[in-house]
Design a protein around this ligand. Structure first.
Ligand code: PPS
Length: 306
């Protein structure tokens, strides 16, 4: 018997006819999908046991969301794992697309404790109740080169994102910080600074997750104060590997019609160092020069290969 996939009402018929425009919002490039519901986002009431998963787009959000979901709810009713896509289990706080419930509505309606909530907001735009409630935050960062490549392919296939045009044009845009959610450089360094003063924040790296997922799951458990038996942790580590998540309809985003997998799948490659297949030598040199300038005031360090 085939499992019925639980979607948000309106989701399966959701078709977007044109791509959104980019505009400056609070100094950050945004599209209306992330600003239309701003009053509700800004005034969102976080709870002390909420867990916010914060990332720059394409840094490993879905991966960490699924890990957390399994750590907390993996042993619960099988319907959760078999029929609820990850974007329903972990609402995207600032997302607001006409015809479907907004991220704030979905988060408000979550019956779970803790609530797992996703955001791509730069640190300065996070609703203040998360800080007031001292909620736990898991930030994931990915090296700029792989992040840019992944974001480029995502923008090609996601009709809810601005048209990226060709790779070279896109890369210039990325270096200028004119992507949805603003400059990668400020995002990763802003959150890095926050980690120095806000003790309920763990700063993780996509590269570390690829290198040793089990070790990072353990690190997460200790941050969250979870004691999960080794056997169960191993099972979770296996279930969240790239191939398993790519096959899993609940984690591979194949149920979202705004994405055209004929152009590029959501679970694309899941590698560190894939940038080498797209950057030319000249682009790489230019990128490194820009990187040095933009990152000169931060101590956060990335690996572009492992
Ligand atoms: S989004 O749209 O911002 O929520 O996207 P996000 O989930 O942050 O990032 C998608 C990229 O993460 C890769 N991914 C993984 N890599 C390795 N292992 C696992 N399990 C995994 N899950 C997701 C996904 O393939 C995207 O990266 P690219 O480089 O495009 O393949």
């Amino acid at each position: 018997m085939e499992t019925k996939i639980m979607e948000t009402p309106g989701m399966s018929s959701m078709k977007l006819t044109s791509r959104p425009e980019l505009f400056a919002f609070e100094g950050i490039s945004m599209t209306h999908y992330f600003t239309d519901n701003w009053e509700k986002v800004k005034n969102f009431q976080a709870r002390p046991d909420d867990i916010l998963i914060a990332t720059y787009p394409k840094a490993g959000t879905t991966w960490v969301s699924y890990i957390l979901d399994l750590l907390y709810f993996g042993n619960d009713a099988p319907e959760r794992q078999n029929s609820q896509p990850i974007y329903m289990r972990v609402p995207f706080l600032e997302c607001c697309i006409q015809g479907i419930p907004s991220g704030t509505e979905l988060a408000d309606d979550l019956p779970t404790s803790p609530r797992l909530i996703k955001t791509h907001l730069p640190v300065q735009l996070v609703p203040k109740s998360f800080w007031e409630q001292n909620s736990k935050i898991v930030y994931v960062a990915r090296n700029a080169k792989d992040n840019a490549v992944s974001y480029f392919h995502f923008d090609r296939m996601n009709m809810a994102q601005p048209e990226p045009r060709d790779w070279n044009t896109y890369l210039q845009t990325f270096m200028e910080g004119k992507n949805v959610f603003g400059p990668w450089y400020d995002h990763v360094s802003g959150w890095w600074e926050k980690e120095q003063t806000y003790s309920n924040l763990i700063y993780m790296f996509y590269e570390d997750l690829v290198e040793d997922t089990g070790r990072e799951v353990e690190r997460l458990c200790s941050f969250l104060g979870l004691s999960i038996p080794a056997e169960q942790r191993e099972k979770i580590t296996k279930g969240v590997q790239f191939d398993a998540m790519k096959q899993n309809k609940m984690t591979n985003y194949s149920t979202l019609p705004v994405m055209d997998f004929k152009i590029s799948p959501f679970m694309r490659k899941g590698k560190v160092g894939d940038w080498k297949n797209l950057f030319t030598v000249a682009q790489n040199e230019q990128f490194d020069e820009v990187y040095k300038v933009k990152m000169k005031n931060t101590t956060v360090k990335f690996r572009t290969e492992i």
